[in-house]
Design a protein around this ligand. Structure first.
Ligand SMILES: Cc1cc2nc3c(=O)[nH]c(=O)nc-3n(C[C@H](O)[C@H](O)[C@H](O)COP(=O)(O)OP(=O)(O)OC[C@H]3O[C@@H](n4cnc5c(N)ncnc54)[C@H](O)[C@@H]3O)c2cc1C
Length: 421
């Protein structure tokens, strides 16, 4: 284990941190001083994505859904792209799925339907993760024999398509869906590397990195989630990034001229939890606010940092408390650009709310304080809350009501899941 992770696990007591000043330079300096030992690298901030509610609102205002269906999968040159790039803001609750859903009302029908379908994929990932938790990291419906390899072998820098993809992932912290599938297929299907290694690498770098959507994306691309692997070859690059192959040193000896073999998948029995949820209440949370005391702080986590977070909105005069989970961060080794994004978001929150910041184990920092919080459907949050005095618990803003029915595939889930809230 990395020394920082060890120190964070072994007895690092909670430490109160100052509130960061606004601005990118201040966020970087703050990160280096207070969180630098927990970062996995020294990467500069994303040149494209700024943290905070204002940046999220501006991104949503800028997005036009017209042409989305036709251009969502375009990759290069970048001005051909049609994806919204909202994911870092959706990931951290700065734009709720419901708000994104409503924002495209009145747009061209085909584009609106396609965009909303993608929002539902995000919701599906959240429902799956809420139900399966860490079980999502193991193959769900098929497995294949893995080979030892490393990222450089699976994603060789000499291939223009892989170099473009990896550079954008590691510098910008974001990739179009199509490119995520290229990287995942190249690693998990063609090279048969353990996909969890690729998933961890994505998670460290993506500003939208979530265990829910990331694991879903990897499981479904390599075929372990649905039994069908996505094959990646030169064909997609020529279609989605026209002209890129001409700049490639390997253009005449392209290692991905043919489709990869994908016949190694072995069907396996899906986990029982994909058939039904025995304990829906635990994963769904309350449907109405549950208040049985006087909270003194609103506890906010990285899952929901927006002004519209239900607990933040319900208690506008209470101070807010946020804990950098040092034991967890020490293990995850997130890229510095992810931490800068969070610090920028918190600095902005501090301009409208009294904010208390801590570094340590959340359960220790928060124990004994009467808190208001929004129920959060991720296993880590549920674990922490067990020891806390949550006197006001607010419902998670689900896009569609979770149900206990089968959810082995997106279409099966769509048929059984509840109405939009
Ligand atoms: C291997 C792999 C890993 C992925 N890891 C993540 C991740 O860690 N976090 C993450 O949010 N998404 C992940 N995705 C899903 C998807 O690629 C991104 O959500 C999308 O590319 C974000 O860009 P956008 O906001 O421009 O998307 P748009 O196309 O504009 O879609 C709008 C929103 O819909 C949601 N969405 C779109 N496509 C998907 C999808 N396939 N699955 C789930 N939600 C989707 C996102 O919230 C997105 O912001 C992954 C996909 C793959 C194949």
């Amino acid at each position: 284990m990395h020394p920082a992770g060890r120190a964070a696990r072994e007895g690092e007591g909670p430490k109160a941190l100052p509130v960061p000043s606004p601005g990118l330079l201040a966020a970087e300096a703050y990160c280096d001083e207070h969180l630098g030992d927990l970062a996995g690298d020294a990467a500069p901030p994303s040149p494209t994505f700024r943290g905070g509610q204002r940046a999220a609102d501006a991104a949503l205002d800028r997005f036009s859904v017209s042409g989305y269906a036709a251009r969502r999968n375009e990759v290069w040159p970048t001005d051909r792209r049609g994806a919204s790039r909202l994911s870092p803001y959706i990931r951290h609750g700065l734009v709720s799925l419901d708000r994104a859903w409503r924002a495209v009302e009145g747009g061209p029908r085909r584009d609106v339907e396609k965009f909303r379908d993608e929002l539902l994929w995000q919701e599906y990932a959240r429902h799956l993760h809420a139900r399966l938790g860490p079980r999502m990291r193991a193959p769900l419906r098929a497995s294949m024999p893995w080979r030892e390899a490393d990222l450089d072998r699976a994603w060789p820098a000499a291939m223009a398509c892989m170099a473009l993809a990896r550079e954008e992932l590691e510098a910008d912290g974001w990739l179009p869906n199509q490119v995520r599938m290229w990287l995942a297929s190249q690693l998990g299907v063609r090279h048969r590397m353990r996909w969890q290694e690729g998933e961890d690498h994505f998670f460290r770098h993506l500003l939208d990195g979530s265990r829910a959507a990331n694991r879903l994306g990897w499981q479904w691309t390599v075929g372990s989630g649905n039994g069908k692997a996505y094959g990646f070859s030169r064909w997609q690059v020529e279609k989605r990034a026209p002209g890129l192959c001409e700049s490639c040193a390997l253009a005449r000896q392209c290692p991905i001229g043919d489709w990869p073999e994908s016949d190694a998948l072995e069907p396996q029995a899906p986990p029982e939890l994909l058939r039904g949820a025995p304990d829906l209440e635990t994963t769904r949370g309350p449907s109405q606010p549950e208040v049985h005391g006087e909270p003194q702080h609103v506890w906010v986590s990285a899952e929901s940092m927006g002004h519209a977070d239900p607990a933040l909105a319900a208690w506008p005069d209470l101070p807010v408390i946020f804990v950098f989970d040092a034991p967890l961060l020490g293990r995850l080794r997130l890229s510095r650009k992810r931490l800068v994004f969070l610090v920028e978001t918190l600095a902005e929150l501090a301009s409208s709310r009294r904010l208390e910041l801590w570094r340590g184990a959340p359960a220790e920092v928060l124990a004994g304080r009467p808190l208001a919080a929004t129920f959060t459907p991720v296993p880590g949050w549920r674990r922490i809350r067990r020891g806390l005095d949550l006197v006001a618990l607010h419902p998670w803003p689900w896009l569609v009501e979770p149900v206990s029915g089968p959810m082995a595939s997106f279409s099966q889930w769509r048929k059984s899941c509840g109405r939009r809230r």
